[in-house]
Design a protein around this ligand. Sequence first.
Ligand code: CAA
Length: 379
Amino acid sequence: MNFELNQDHKVLQDSVRDFVNKEIKPLAVKIDEDHAIPDELVAKMSEMGFLGSYFPEEYGGAGLDMLSYAIVVEEVSKACGSSGVLISAHTSLCSNPIYVFGTEEQRNEWLPDLNSGKKIGCFMLTEPNAGSDAGGTTTMYKREGDEFVINGSKTFITNGGYLGTAIVIASFDRSLKHKGISAFIVDLSSPGVTILKNENKMGIRGSYTTAFAFDNLRIPVGNLLGQEGKGFNIAMDTLNGGRIGIASQALGIAEGAFERALAYSKERKQFDQPICEFQGIQFKLADMWTRIETSKLLTYRAAWLKDNKRNYTMDSAMCKLHASETATYVTKEAMQIHGGYGYIADYEVERMYRDAKITEIYEGTNEIQRVVISKLLLS
Ligand code: CAA
């Protein structure tokens, strides 16, 4: 067993860290305040290859692996959870299903623009009344000649506000339940797509979370992804990979908060000594670090399993479950170590606390992760 990153992964980690410290860290407060990631930053992250890290170079990707992708999302999220989820939702939930389930023609048509960041990708599964019950989709489609016509609504769509490329999940016959569901690749600048609103959220405020309506959205039949009636399976497979991305985001947020708490505990003096001299603070730091390290082991292992073409369904649910709960725990403790200053925006741990909470909720609430894990344990 080798728990060390190899030389390539270490070099990548160093270069992402440098980039994040120069380009993202100084902007993180403003991104939260403005509810937007500057377009120039998205362009710079694209130039770095962050938006196509593990796809082959022939499709405009960086040709790296899943572990590299996890490292990129983790390092970016140390400074800015919003930027981390932009990369994660784009890569795992949009480019990945096109790469895995798309035809060669679809890969060539859609992936270069996604991998270069010319288009930002999103995944349209969730609806106002179909969240955890993903099979309950009421967005409907029918075929008319050489087109599919889609009607319905979608909500909580990460990256939706960019109006780039989407994977849309819709049903042709609700009585067939999940077997009536198909997946489509959609250009969101098409007529028939309306943004209803961009949500005003507690955290990851720089990331778009958008509600949409589809009113007779017409797409070519060639935009069907995979087989008709297999869209639910495509969605589940996509989410299995997506959960490694969210775990990496959560891990990064936790590490970012820990770094600040550790540094602050050495600087801040009370009762004539740095507060890190108090065992109460030391115990907190020990618990925070232990949870971070276990999250990292689970997350990197899930990425390794995916890279090695092993089954990773349970592992991705476990790393997402554990890393997200670690992120909320660590950021809360980091605020506590900062005392009153932790509640002030300038110290940034309050933003990290707000950013962390969503990782327990999206890409399947943690209750859903427990369902996935326990089903597999009992099967
Ligand atoms: N991996 C692969 N296949 C899976 C699977 C998984 N994790 N879970 C279910 N399936 C397959 C089953 O094998 C079965 O396939 P067949 O019909 O071919 O045999 C099929 O899916 C149906 O299985 P179930 O009957 O078990 O499905 P279910 O309806 O009971 O649902 C569920 C199971 C786990 C609860 C599922 O609905 C689920 O994962 N829900 C959560 C959805 C979710 O994560 N939503 C987040 C959306 S994305 C987001 O957060 C927004 C964003 O932009 C970031």
